[in-house]
Design a binder for this molecule. Structure first.
Ligand code: SF4
Ligand code: SF4
Length: 198
């Protein structure tokens, strides 16, 4: 699945502060699994934004929707009758979903509410690690089922060398809740709803 982490809420606020009516749009696909952009995260982000603008005494209407997927026109079409009434949308789908919504509703401002990180797997609750960089020419059959592109920092395209290297140092990208991105061993993502507090 596509892994993402929430953008710092200050970044989102900065993008939408000039508007009066915002739709927060989630995706119940990949980003729901990694707890960055599903129904629950839509509710949390919308609540945090309402609280922030309320404290600023700004009359901002913030509505919510959560689509089955944002990378599919059939589901994006579900908001066609209501999107026109909003000044802008904050989409918390992955980058593909944000782009597809922008293409479909090209007169509307669509802002990304998450940072898309990688294609990965769930290692354990709250920990996701990278497995694929979508290179378009999969060589897993020749590398013992280990992706040297996504998982080896030196991208060694030799099965034994890659396996040995993997034992010593799995390439890791950490995407913690504070929005920083660091490399050390294998790529992983740890998202937290706490990051939504302005
Ligand atoms: S829009 Fe992105 S996050 Fe949502 S289902 Fe499609 S690929 Fe996954
Ligand atoms: S070689 Fe690695 S990056 Fe390329 S498609 Fe296969 S798993 Fe993905």
């Amino acid at each position: 699945m596509i892994m993402a982490k929430p953008k710092p809420i200050e970044e989102i606020i900065n993008e939408i502060k000039g508007f009066d009516k915002i739709l927060v749009a989630g995706c119940n696909g990949c980003v729901a699994v990694c707890e960055a952009g599903g129904l629950k995260e839509v509710e949390i982000l919308a609540s945090a934004l309402r609280m922030y603008f309320g404290n600023q005494h700004k009359n901002m209407q913030i509505d919510e929707v959560s689509l089955t997927r944002q990378c599919d026109k059939e589901y994006l079409a579900e908001i066609k009758d209501r999107i026109g009434s909003y000044d802008a949308v904050v989409s918390i789908a992955c980058g593909a979903g944000v782009q597809f919504m922008t293409e479909m509703y090209n007169t509307k401002r669509i802002y990304p509410g998450v940072n898309t990180c990688f294609i990965g797997v769930t290692e354990e609750k709250g920990v996701w690690t990278e497995r694929c960089q979508a290179c378009g020419e999969c060589i897993l059959a020749r590398t013992g089922g280990i992706c040297p592109i996504a998982r080896c920092s030196k991208r060694i395209l030799n099965a034994r060398a890659a396996a040995l290297r993997m034992e010593n140092a799995r390439s890791t990208k950490t995407c913690p809740a504070d929005g920083s991105l660091s490399m050390s061993g294998s790529k992983s993502s740890e998202n937290s709803r706490d990051s939504r507090s302005p």
